[in-house]
Design a protein. Structure first.
Lengths: 229, 305
């Protein structure tokens, strides 16, 4: 699903590379936590997967494709098979819940019939049935994140990338979100989630990858957070 | 891609930048109106030049039967074949003359019809009333006076005309106006393009949230860029339609009504509506494509895809 071979990433005008010689593999259907302090390279790691950045050295394979060899105009084809969830939800404030989710399908050219069928389905899945016509501003943070997850999942991606999805939420709400991500993972979708939330990582007991100053320092199946604040 | 979705995006975008859109529309309209105006001015000059203007320097008009009755220069009657022959041999002997062409009454009638075909005067003319003439091309156009002294007042010659001299001042003026119009157009065009680039930049910035999300869910670059390009094209097209309006209204008020030059200067043959109408498609196409191209290149810089 994801393979990093000796990947380094240096940004121009920065002395220290953001990632240094990282190699790892994520199999289909896995649930992986990505931990590490701020500036450890988590975001760069995710941006490389999304092909927002290109690796300086080494190879990044996502869904069996070497991203260095994917031409710019084909990048959207790859992104359609990935779902993304962020700390700040990234919803469109002037569109309703249903429209926000439908947006992900409109822009890739799904027909109105398909959209009308799949949007209520995925909203039910994330537990927002009946709130289709609400505006994002009227929803709680947890509900907004559910909308974002619905949008990320509506095109049935093979891989879900989450960048601190619970970062803005209280612990109780976070548990709800994690249960939802776990359910999505059980449908066969691979989930990679960067997080700072120690409780969640310790409770879920999934694979943990830890980055420190751009290096891979730990890759542990059924791991714990283990990182000292 | 769904047309309705794209159209609503364009509408939202144009309203969001209403002042900027307005500026783009006005600058495109002005620059294209100047462009069209200068094209029409060219047409007007060409219409006025007539058949002989670019071909000869001097014309010797010969007396016909009606001149013999009315014109004192032709008091000795219409030109005879002997006189014509003499004029021709004399002309051909002169060293300043490059070539001589004879225009018969029938040919004169034909050329007149071509130039003034739709005027009321032309329809009442007959070939009889036209003048025969010798059309002379000089080696040095300034030597008009040599021909004038040699042939003015000769039997059978009604008049000698320095054709270029008559019109050159006017054409010089029109050409100057034309160059001024083109310079203004170039300036307005630069303004319009800069406005479009800036509009696209602002528009891309204010919609970075949407475009960011589009990118994340895998919208193609074409899909993300199209609304911006269409916005510029629509604004440009509105400007183009306005420019067309300026030209049509301008021709109407300058030539037909208002200034009504066609009444005041009824010897000049003015451009017709067909000249105006044939320019409109060109102006509309330019107004559509030029802003779209400008937007396209601006997006490469300001919108990450």
């Amino acid at each position: 699903m994801i393979r990093f071979d000796n990947v380094s990433k240096a940004y121009p005008k920065q002395n220290r590379p953001a990632l240094r010689d990282v190699s790892l593999e994520v199999e289909k259907g896995e649930f992986v936590f990505l931990v590490g302090s701020s500036g450890s390279g988590k975001s760069t790691f995710l941006r490389l997967i999304l092909r927002e950045e290109r690796a300086s050295h080494g190879q990044v394979h996502v869904l069996g494709k070497d991203l260095a060899r994917v031409s710019n105009w084909k990048v959207p084809q790859i992104r359609r098979q990935l779902g993304t969830v962020f700390q700040d939800f990234r919803l469109l404030p002037n569109k309703t819940v249903a429209e926000n989710v439908a947006f992900a399908q409109e822009v890739i050219g799904k027909t109105r019939g398909e959209i009308r069928k799949s949007v209520p389905q995925v909203l039910d899945l994330v537990g927002l049935g009946g709130k289709e016509d609400r505006m994002p501003g009227e929803l709680s943070g947890g509900e907004q994140q559910r909308v974002a997850i619905a949008r990320a999942f509506v095109n049935r991606p093979k891989l879900l990338i989450c960048d601190e999805p619970t970062g803005n939420l209280d612990p109780q709400t976070s548990v709800g979100i994690m249960k939802l991500l776990d359910r999505i993972n059980r449908t066969g979708t691979t989930v990679v989630m960067a997080t700072h939330d120690q409780n969640i990582v310790d409770q879920m007991r999934k694979r943990v990858i830890e980055l420190e100053k751009g290096r891979l320092v730990r890759d542990q199946a059924r791991g714990v957070y283990g990182y000292q604040h | 891609m769904r047309a309705q979705f794209v159209l609503s995006e364009i509408g939202v975008g144009l309203r969001r930048n209403l002042t900027m859109t307005f500026a783009v529309v006005v600058s495109v309209a002005l620059s294209l109106a100047l462009f069209g105006g200068s094209l029409l001015m060219n047409d007007q000059v060409n219409t006025m030049k007539g058949y002989w203007y670019d071909k000869v320097n001097v014309s010797i008009f010969l007396c016909n039967k009606s001149d013999a009755e009315s014109d004192p220069n032709c008091a000795k009657g219409a030109v005879t074949d002997d006189q014509k022959g003499q004029i021709k041999t004399d002309l051909e002997k002169m060293s300043v003359v490059d070539s001589v062409t004879h225009e018969s009454q029938d040919e004169a009638y034909k050329h007149y019809k071509e130039q003034f075909g739709d005027s009321p005067l032309a329809s009442s003319l007959t070939p009889d009333q036209m003048q025969e003439s010798y059309r002379i091309k000089l080696k040095d156009p300034e030597k008009y006076q040599v021909i004038a002294t040699a042939f003015d007042g000769r039997d059978g010659v009604q008049s000698v005309q320095d054709q270029k001299g008559l019109l050159d001042n006017l054409f010089g003026l029109l050409e100057g106006m034309n160059i001024a119009a083109l310079a203004m157009m170039a300036l307005m065009l630069v303004v319009a393009l800069m406005l479009i680039v800036n509009t696209v930049r602002v528009s891309a910035f204010s919609r970075r949230r949407e475009t960011g999300i589009m990118r994340l869910v895998g919208a193609s670059g074409f899909y993300i860029q199209t609304p911006f390009i269409m916005e510029a094209a629509v604004a440009g097209l509105i400007g183009g339609v306005l420019a067309c309006g300026f030209l049509v209204v301008g021709r109407y008020f300058i030539i037909d009504n208002g200034l009504a030059l066609s009444e005041k200067l009824n010897l000049i043959n003015f451009i017709g509506w067909d000249a105006v109408l044939t320019k409109l498609p060109l102006i509309l196409a330019t107004s559509l494509l030029m802003p779209a191209l400008a937007a396209f290149f601006a997006l490469r810089k300001y919108l990450k895809v």
